[in-house]
Write a new protein. Sequence first.
Length: 235
Amino acid sequence: MLKIADAIDERIGGRVMRWWDGQGAARVYAYDDETGTLLLERATGSKNLLQMATSGDDDAATRIVCETVGRLHVKRSAPTPQLLLSLPEFFISLDRAAAREGGFMQACRAIKQGLLDSPRDPVVLHGDAHHSNILDFGERGWLAIDPKRVVGERYYDYVNVLCNPDLVSCVDAKRFARQVEVIVDYTGLERNRLLKWVVAHAALSAAWFQEDEDFDGASRGLEMARVALACVSDR
């Protein structure tokens, strides 16, 4: 599959794909650094995580995302790709929205800042590991595509399986609580810290939607943040 990247974020994401070297991600057969053009391994399997999540296999889909993300986070000997964004840089839209709006957005920013002030387990992140960015590659299993250009705490890579905007049920409190437990059981992550990352990311997503003048999307993002915040037990 040939992918031509126009935006700088996608071009740097191509470097991340090449750096992963087919371990947890699609293989890169050729890459042009100037244009960001990628020649990628094609997904030929018939399974689909979004369909699984909406047809009774939500737990299994979440575990597959967790397993794939874990493979991406394995330490590599090659030098880390250049021009990655730190999580403070990645969250700049939330900072702007909080300064503009205050209120709940500011509360979410405070949670984000508390996490960033006590960072853990830095890795090269996928940054967008939701159901549609992890595909069935047949004999090679489930592999990731389309990473962002971000580096930071590994917890952040587990938020999108909970916050996928293409999954209508993501704001269902019962579904949310169940999938949080699936992630915690599979990964050993600290539950409250994961929940706080979900709050921060959902508010960031809302800020991005606001920048695009998609106010319905922004409203869904803030609803997701409220669902997650209600589950935090150390407030």
